[in-house]
Design a protein around this ligand. Sequence first.
Ligand code: ADP
Ligand code: MG
Length: 619
Amino acid sequence: MSDIIRLLPDHVANQIAAGEVVQRPASVVKELLENAIDARASQVKLIVKDAGKTLIQVIDDGIGMSDTDARLCFERHATSKINTADDLFRINTKGFRGEALASIAAVAQVELKSRTENSETGTSIKIEGSNVLSQEVTVTPKGTSILVKNLFFNIPARRNFLKSNQVEIRHIIDEFQRVALAHPEIAFTFLNNGSEVFQLPGSNLRQRIVNLFGAKTNEKLVPVSEETPVVTISGFIQKPEFAKKSRNEQFFFANNRFIKSGYLHHAVMNAFEGLLKEGMQPGYFIYLELNPATIDVNIHPTKTEIKFEDEHTIYALLRSAVKHSLGQFNITPVLDFERDNNLETPYAYKDKTPVFPQIEVDKDFNPFKENNFSKASRKPFKKEVTASWEGLYAGLKDEKIKTTAPDFIWEIEVESEEVSGEIDFSESEIVENREVFQLHNKYLVVPHKEGLMLINQNLAHQRILYEEILKNITVTRGSSQQLLLPLELDFNPDEIMILSEVKEQLEYSGFGFLEFGKEKITIEGIPVFMETFDIKAMLQQLIIAIRSEVPDSAFSQNDVLAKSLSETGAVKNGTSMAKEQQQYLVRKLFVCKDPAVSPQGKKIFSIISLNEIEYKFSN
Ligand code: ADP
Ligand code: MG
């Protein structure tokens, strides 16, 4: 048999390597930003168009490249950062593999301009799909500009694999934030489709965090600092009362490189033990300085996972440093409700299932037994639900309602505007007079032609709202209840970006925005269906949902939005409802397209057949 082994041509090898290094536009952003930092830039500008799919440009004022280096940097394993394998153990640059530019040039059209301080003229190189198209002398400022156009232009399969612009830009923002946090002393600008997303002057860490996450962050930060021979720990944690349900303000850096570590996260969570409500996540920005020889950054191609020589010690030191900070700043488990309205969302969002441990269904409940009756009517945590329910009924005009229940954080006065039309009574298997009976503030019991129907009130309302919201977004605009006082809510810039993606849909579902700023939105109207007035929590939950569901098309985004709003907007289990509300819910449920399952796929009702009932009396 003849020999069959061949060496792959460089451009093929580069494309294969690119598969590892360049997964999406955000990977290019990361590599280019890191190169700029390694080149000791003090100002870095990132420009992207179409979420980086058509253009990514990074301009720095760093050391630049000579003519030869400018050509060489696109070769595989071309790096100025290590010479020998031993250097791997003293790495203090971001890059060292010499693969990034070769990989990027293999799968995109790249234009590089660069000039060193000592050279009068610079070099301009055009390269696409690993082919150098031109190299010229050019006039350019000191430093380097790399422009990456039409990523994956030569690999349609990978280009098609890219997600929607919203998803890709989110990945880019993540990478940008990580790099910007690792280097607060460097000034960064970030433009997306011509508009400025971030403008970060070189500053200290606290200022950088505030510039990235909003002015409100300042008061949340508590410094952490611990110096030991093994590791130096610095940075900030956020006070426990500002914990959120999302994990997007949790950052670890090792020698100024962003890292992911479930193990270290556990150490921090351990230190916070007893200070957080179930499912809440503290924010942290923690920096570890270690001897580079004691960490291995080489184990993962994108280098976010690293190995520590002495993991256990670092775990213990980190935990005690965080504990120390929490103690030193007198942070006690007392939750201050005045300060953050997010905290008191009356149910856990974690698994997206409303859980009410207080409610137990008494299986032996006998409505005809006197004692039981009084037990059943003792409402575990009765709240007054008035506003939105009344809003649902036609004919209310200018009625001012003040909610007083303790878990309605906002004391808002609402004024109902136009209210949607009459309720459709049409089909239903439910017997005509619609006797409804509420069981344990959780189930609605309804006579049914085959027996008895049990309806979960929360899931039923979710289904009703879900269909209503979807209809509002896609067909008819929903009604709005005007707030007497506009409500100002602060968000982080990246949260605002997510909300602005769905601003139109929110408006269609009944939200009215007076102002949609960079860190603040002002709300003047809310959908009539809203059962909760904790609007901030509702929007926070929506942000989490959009972030985690990674919607790819307009349709699925509407679906995510409708699911999230219906979940937060629905009447909770444990809420006592007036007779008319119960009847309304039942009627409305059975005009839904899909009354049997909740938007999250849970069973809404169950029928106990006459046979089953008769069986119970059979002996
Ligand atoms: P690595 O960063 O792993 O060395 P890259 O492919 O990212 O590999 O870059 C190759 C080389 O090109 C770098 O080692 C560096 O010498 C040079 N280089 C890349 N980007 C820049 C830049 N923005 N400024 C100066 N030199 C750069
Ligand atoms: Mg690099």
